[in-house]
Write a protein that binds this ligand. Structure first.
Ligand SMILES: [Zn+2]
Ligand SMILES: [Zn+2]
Length: 239
């Protein structure tokens, strides 16, 4: 099995990682986005009738801000209704209200503890994203034993946060993986150094009197720097 490009892939997970790399996306961001869409799709489809899930909501599971909005959007897109969103948010709100009432009458330190408890959102979609991110990092480090994958990872537009995540995963792995990662990291550092230089030129040319001097390369570096810090999943995904 191979991806659409030249990276050898053994299953759909590897095809997805290969596609992301070949399209100049961050494969770890991409895995996270895929996981969040899958989780939101599942919640939108079954969230209203899933007793187990509502029991978990009653025990303190909730949704973070982006995934509260994301659930509602996904459900509208899939079913043109807001039933699952309303059922789930009602379960969360009921639980939150009970906790807020319980803590409102306490002394200062009790309230601080109560707020800390409330601030621990325990979003199930975020949890799925973390799992997907960890799994993607492990898989990519495994795949780096192949020369083509290792080269692709060295030159890929991996976002900065996921460079750190891969680095941390590699540092805790076997000597073999550590050795492979240090080559990838060296290539990434070269890429980032070149990006930083071109970005500085772009910034230098960005004053109104110099704007006409901006080259396409500098323009591209400016866009790449936003992907470097902002992440670059495949936003066009509709699967
Ligand atoms: Zn990323
Ligand atoms: Zn979340």
């Amino acid at each position: 099995m191979t991806g659409p490009g030249k990276l050898p892939a053994r299953d759909f997970e590897e095809i997805r990682l290969a596609e992301a790399l070949e399209r100049g996306r961050c494969p770890v961001c991409d895995a996270r986005q895929e996981a969040s869409y899958a989780a939101l799709r599942g919640l939108a489809r079954e969230g209203a009738t899933d007793r187990g899930l509502r029991d978990q909501m009653d025990k303190g599971l909730g949704f973070c801000q982006p995934h509260s909005a994301g659930l509602s959007k996904m459900e509208l897109l899939q079913t043109s209704s807001q039933l699952a969103t309303a059922v789930l948010l009602d379960a969360v709100l009921r639980r939150r209200l009970a906790t807020m009432k319980k803590h409102a009458g306490k002394d200062g330190s009790g309230q601080v503890r109560g707020i800390a408890e409330l601030s621990d959102i325990r979003c199930p979609v975020c949890a799925r994203m973390t799992e997907a991110s960890d799994a993607a990092a492990r898989r990519l480090l495994e795949l780096s034993s192949d020369g083509a994958w290792s080269a692709a990872l060295g030159s890929a537009e991996i976002c900065l946060e996921d460079v750190y995540a891969l680095w941390a995963a590699a540092a805790g792995a076997s000597k073999d993986v550590q050795g492979r990662w240090s080559q990838i990291l060296a290539a990434q550092l070269k890429r980032l150094e070149a990006l930083q230089k071109t970005l500085a030129e772009y910034a230098h040319n960005s004053t109104s009197d110099r704007r006409s001097l901006i080259t396409p390369e500098q323009q591209a570096a400016a866009a790449a720097s936003i992907r470097l810090f902002g992440g670059s999943p495949d936003r066009d995904r509709t699967r």
